[in-house]
Ligand binder design. Structure first.
Ligand code: SF4
Length: 343
């Protein structure tokens, strides 16, 4: 008798599971650590496994337990998060650690987990299933794609979410939810890839409606490209005695609470022409053109601190400002090379 798709998928997972630092190997007798599961799930939202892997190790080395993280100042969490983007996650990470430490550990149900800061439907389901072995239907972007293809759902994911979720429940019915979640995620990451699904080796191939169409990569259809509104502003590079003046972004809003170069507000619209070094940075909801200017003194009333230039990598600057500094330095270097040689 042919095995069910769920059985084939779990069998494939047990033989080929990805070796990831936040995960136990299939069949391990160890109990999963909810702290590691939660931390990895938060870090992996919008960020790739390759980027997260070393950063996860650095977080664990610095804060081995949720109590350690709760006791740290939030600024340290924000600095450690620099470069990972979506900085509200870092603030919520700390707020969640504080609540979990205060209550003596993570709750073990989806409903209770959802009450914690920064934990939405997906993370609650993933932690409940993977860390606590609870029944849950865990659906991340990889799982959405696999399910859309298996059932040949030909609508953009954003419009098809209720149906995808309902169909995804088929995989979880009477199955170990944590293992099934990881099996589906692995399949989406390694075989049912966005552009080139490898259907010939897929354990779901015999039952997959998209494979049967002969063009599985066309499912799900891509949503139309959105154009982002433009904004522009200026950042100031203020240097004295090999130190750079840094400030902190306001707690609320884009890059909230992160270390930053001081500068102007960001205005709506395209940037006016300028000879100063300029970078462009794309955020989720807008694209920013940032002009970088040198100044002798911080703007009056700007709070901040002087950070050693040679240790700038430790300042916790987000990517926007590391790009801005790199552009400023490159321009300064090429200006130096253009200087006429004096006799
Ligand atoms: S058969 Fe192909 S399209 Fe279907 S789930 Fe497997 S890899 Fe994806």
């Amino acid at each position: 008798m042919r095995k069910s798709p769920q059985a084939r998928l779990l069998q494939h997972y047990r033989a080929h599971a990805r070796d990831l630092p936040w995960r136990l190997a299939p069949g391990s007798n160890e109990a999963p650590d909810p702290y590691r599961v939660w931390l990895s799930e938060v870090m992996l939202q919008q960020t790739t496994v390759a980027t997260v892997t070393p950063r996860f190790a650095a977080f664990l080395a610095r804060w081995p337990t949720v109590e350690d993280m709760a006791a740290a100042p939030v600024e340290n969490i924000l600095s450690q998060w620099a470069g990972l983007g979506y900085y509200a996650r870092a603030r919520n990470l700390h707020a969640c650690a504080v609540e979990v430490a205060a209550r003596g550990g993570f709750p073990d149900t989806e409903a209770q987990l959802r009450q914690l800061p920064g934990i939405g439907d997906y993370t609650a389901a993933a932690v409940a299933a993977i860390a606590f072995g609870r029944d849950a239907v865990v659906v991340d972007t990889n799982v959405e794609r696999v399910v859309a293809r298996c059932f040949a759902i030909r609508r953009p994911i954003k419009d098809a979410r209720p149906e995808i979720r309902q169909r995804a429940a088929f995989f979880y019915e009477r199955q170990p939810a944590g293992e099934m979640a990881q099996a589906l995620m692995d399949l989406g990451a390694t075989i049912c890839r966005p552009k080139a699904p490898d259907c010939a080796v897929c354990p779901l191939g015999p039952d997959c409606a998209a494979y049967a169409t002969g063009d599985p990569a066309s499912i799900p259809p891509k949503p139309p490209r959105k154009t982002r509104p433009e904004r522009h502003g200026t950042a100031y590079v203020i240097e004295q005695d090999d130190h750079l003046f840094l400030t902190r972004r306001p707690d609320k809003g884009v890059l909230g609470g992160m270390a930053a170069l001081p500068g102007s507000d960001w205005a709506d619209g395209s940037a006016p022409p300028s000879n100063a070094p300029t970078i462009r940075h794309v955020f989720t909801h807008f694209a920013l053109t940032l002009r970088i200017e040198s100044r002798a003194q911080p703007p009056s009333g700007t709070e901040g601190w002087w950070h050693e230039r040679s240790a700038i990598a430790d300042a916790g600057l987000p990517t926007l400002y590391t790009k801005a500094l790199a552009a400023f330095d490159a321009e300064a270097e090429s200006a130096e090379q253009r200087l006429p040689l004096l006799p």
